[in-house]
Unconditional design. Structure first.
Length: 273
């Protein structure tokens, strides 16, 4: 499974309106941004992955494999935050480990975990939307329900369709270079030169394809009228209402439980002391 590419399947999440899943992703990102504690983003991350796996019929192993590169990149945020965390004037961090001028405190470690789980939560919410949303359905929903100009919607969709075409074009260029014996040397400098050799033909091919698409759209009178008809209608249904209600109930219960335990919004949860 490729990263951030629509995973074609038939599941509960796939049948939802794209705007419902988009609202979920946006609200999840906003909530995780406002709440500062390591437990809440961890719970949100786990619940989101469970939703994608169970309701989106995406294998857990594929999800973990997709999140692994982002987890490795986000790990750098942990140690930099731990090492250079500056406590506020009213807080009293407790030193845990001292290595030369670097002092690791409980608040620094907790804030590093907050950034780590928050970042993975962002990616998980984005995966729920991207993996289960057909780009065509998204464009239809934006045009019909959010009244986005169809000129912009279909134009952006045509540009998005270039991504898999570029992948195939890049594979063709690499095969042609191998046949000619170009870029067979080792080392980082050789790899940089090899990649630079791909850019010019890839860019030239992209410009030619974009020109052909623009001419085809213009020849068919695209954008000549203010309104247009649609073959498929985008609507909200009972499944969207059930998903929204279930999300409010599950995450509301989780937040209420954290509030009762005294962990919600606490940078250093009480059980750490």
């Amino acid at each position: 499974m490729r990263v951030f590419v629509y995973h074609e399947h038939d599941s509960f999440l796939h049948r939802l309106n794209p705007l419902t899943k988009l609202a979920y992703a946006v609200l999840m990102i906003v909530v995780l941004t406002l709440i500062v504690d390591p437990i809440t983003p961890l719970i949100a991350l786990v619940l989101t992955l469970l939703v994608v796996s169970l309701l989106g019929r995406v294998r857990p192993l594929d999800l973990l494999r997709t999140l692994l590169p982002f987890a490795v990149l986000s790990f750098g945020l942990i140690w930099t935050t731990m090492a250079f965390y500056v406590a506020g004037p009213s807080s009293h961090p407790h030193p845990i480990l001292t290595v030369g001028p670097i002092v690791l405190s409980d608040q620094g470690i907790a804030y590093g975990l907050v950034i780590f789980f928050r970042t993975l939560g962002f990616f998980a919410a984005s995966l729920l939307f991207v993996l289960t949303t057909d780009p065509t359905d998204l464009v239809q929903a934006l045009i019909q329900q959010l009244h986005v100009s169809y000129r912009f919607g279909y134009g952006a969709h045509a540009a998005y369709r270039f991504v898999p075409l570029f992948e195939g074009e890049l594979a063709t260029i690499r095969a042609a270079h191998r046949v000619r014996g170009v870029g067979t040397g080792g080392g980082p400098i050789a790899h940089v030169r090899e990649f630079a050799g791909y850019l010019v033909p890839l860019l030239a091919g992209g410009v030619r394809k974009a020109e052909r698409v623009a001419l085809a759209m213009d020849a068919r009178g695209f954008g000549a009228y203010h309104d247009r008809t649609f073959y498929r209608r985008s609507r909200f249904g009972l499944a969207d209402l059930a998903f929204a209600a279930g999300t409010v109930v599950v995450f509301g219960a989780a937040l209420l439980g954290l509030q009762r335990l005294g962990w919600l919004g606490q940078l250093v949860p009480p059980f750490w002391h």
